[in-house]
Design a protein around this ligand. Sequence first.
Ligand SMILES: NC(=O)c1ccc[n+]([C@@H]2O[C@H](COP(=O)([O-])OP(=O)(O)OC[C@H]3O[C@@H](n4cnc5c(N)ncnc54)[C@H](OP(=O)(O)O)[C@@H]3O)[C@@H](O)[C@H]2O)c1
Length: 324
Amino acid sequence: MKAMRITAAGDPSVLQLQDIPQPKPGPGEVLIRVGASGVNFADIYMRKGAVPVPLPFTPGIEGSGTVEAVGDGVSDVKPGDRVAYAGRGLGSYAEYDVMKAAQLAPLPKEVSFEDGAAVILQGMTAHYLLHEFYRVQRGSTVLVHAAAGGMGLLLVHWLKHLGAVAIGTVSTEEKARIAREAGADHVIVYTKQDFAEEAKKFTGGKGVDYVIDGVGKTTFTKNLDALRHRGWATVFGMASGPAEPLAPNSLMTKSITISGGALFNYVVTRDELLARARDVFTGLREGWLKLRIDRAFPLEQAAEAHRLLESRQTTGKLILKTGV
Ligand SMILES: NC(=O)c1ccc[n+]([C@@H]2O[C@H](COP(=O)([O-])OP(=O)(O)OC[C@H]3O[C@@H](n4cnc5c(N)ncnc54)[C@H](OP(=O)(O)O)[C@@H]3O)[C@@H](O)[C@H]2O)c1
């Protein structure tokens, strides 16, 4: 089968299309004919070596497709089932992928493979970010960094569904337009404006209840200024690099809570995974959760997809069309 392989950490050119043997599902595992694969910043961290992965490897932590074969002991999925998966295991940048059966969510028949691969990881991430830390309620004020990105747009949609006030940061006026169109109540162009000062203006000088930060280095320290007393910030990514170190005692003055999030810790049990996936697909079906696929690349152009995501020029999600 064809797979994108990484044999050494580095720039996007290390992504090379190779012919490798089709994997076989072991006990409790499933062979999936991949329909589409989601491109994520985590793939870039792994490609660069910022998140170490044993070499060589096939990247890709998100995909959708059809069950081709099942290993011993698998009873809850069967060949022909449509599935989506995310957050655990590597290998979706390929024509076939093997996953543990317990890590698969059913892909509703009305959701295409492209949409399934575009939403499963980021949708379930938005789910835990909005339900496991600061409890977002009607009227909560929430600052979302990179609000026109893949995660950012889903978070804005979900915040509006929950009745919260969504305040987004973006780097350009065009991204500001896209974030507003998605429903953001206020948008701050953080490359020109001081986002903490602006966030305070939008909250009557108090500061926001919650900051959701996947940007990291260029934003995290200033989040503390943007928060109200007893506010909460979650860091869940590092698109600009790792956040600067922080002295724990600096949190005392405003009694701030900080948390870190990674999806794989929030889809640990089968019930948890299915519940989050179900809510994501319900959001799509009911129309309050909307997908914006910026571009779909053929598998062999995965390096191009990485370049584009890193270039900061995308709005919404990138996917690879892996279908065989
Ligand atoms: N922990 C988890 O469970 C989890 C799961 C999914 C995603 N994530 C994280 O969520 C974040 C967003 O992921 P995504 O795939 O949706 O990406 P994305 O938001 O579509 O793209 C990243 C955005 O970050 C902003 N950014 C700021 N500084 C940047 C820089 N130096 N280089 C590149 N981008 C920069 C850009 O928006 P502006 O131009 O508007 O600044 C850019 O468009 C990533 O940090 C990712 O790792 C975490």
